[in-house]
Design a protein around this ligand. Structure first.
Ligand code: ADP
Length: 266
């Protein structure tokens, strides 16, 4: 039997992620471009993932687009909501998971997964930058740090700074005043993570916290946010090794299932 390649492309507000899957299980390539819908990101992620897999467009049986910008991707055979794709990705890589928290560039979502692995309910915060990657990026800029450094900084904090405002604009002013009063940068970083975690924990609690909890999305790569969220929730969190790619992974699995359905009906 010939190998079946499927593709998931997750066009987010902040980043474009594309992943190629072989026979529904093996990840052959994955590419992230740190710009999202309405930019060159989706097509760069798409061609990058094909190149990295050494495959032509025609070799892909099914392409599934997901994410905020999924309707803009013309080459898609299917368009599927990111909630469904995140649920499929999470359940596949973490069987038995009951709660998924996904923190991306401009939104945060909590998903509850039923015992049988289906998506049961969700809550999304997409109205406000607080509690999202955008909030962290704004603060990192003030601190002249890259977001990829923040996890390490957090682990070196002794007494996290208190940042009382959850509003991005006011919190930014607080960070600036903490900096000018000489607070250690690592403590400010930990304070920022605590602030994000309070928002994320509140949406999870509204949804109903049922362990095991799994974290996905670009911000899952920041172990300072994971640390703070674990403290807020009082449970341990498993971080998706695919983090930012979880939605694209779920989309590619969805695509594989469509190929199997087509084959069965032939
Ligand atoms: P979206 O789907 O909304 O575009 P993603 O799930 O792709 O969002 O996540 C994007 C967010 O991930 C951005 O806010 C970015 O700052 C953050 N991010 C990306 N890489 C890292 C990293 N190495 N460490 C921490 N945060 C990261």
């Amino acid at each position: 039997m010939a190998d079946i390649f499927t593709m998931g492309i997750d066009i987010g507000s902040t980043a474009s992620k594309c992943l190629v899957l072989k026979n529904g299980t093996e990840i052959v390539s994955k590419v992230v471009i740190p710009v999202g819908t309405g930019t060159s990101g989706p097509s760069r992620a798409y061609t990058g993932a094909l190149e990295a897999a050494s495959l032509s467009e025609d070799a892909i049986s099914v392409k599934v687009a997901t994410g905020y910008g999924r309707n803009t991707f013309e080459a898609a055979d299917f368009r599927v909501s990111e909630l469904s794709c995140h649920a499929i990705g999470a359940v596949t890589s973490c069987p038995g998971v009951r709660t998924v928290i996904d923190i991306g560039g401009q939104d945060a979502k909590a998903l509850s997964i039923a015992e049988n692995g289906t998506l049961e309910n969700f809550i999304m915060n997409d109205k406000c930058a607080a509690g999202t990657g955008r909030f962290i990026e704004v603060m990192a800029r003030v601190l002249e740090l890259d977001v990829s450094e923040l996890g390490e900084r957090d682990s070196l904090s002794v007494t996290p700074a208190k940042i009382s405002s959850t509003c991005t604009v006011f919190a930014e002013s607080e960070v600036i005043s903490q900096l000018s009063s000489g607070a250690p940068i690592n403590d400010i970083v930990a304070g920022i993570h605590n602030c994000v975690a309070v928002r994320a924990a509140s949406i999870i609690k509204r949804l109903g916290l049922v362990p095991p909890v799994y974290m996905t999305g670009g911000v899952a790569q920041n172990r300072g946010v994971v640390r703070a969220l674990q403290e807020q929730l009082g449970v341990s969190i498993t971080v998706s090794p695919l983090a930012q790619f979880n939605g694209a992974y779920g989309a590619a699995i969805y695509g594989y299932k469509q190929v199997l359905k087509q084959q069965e009906s032939e």
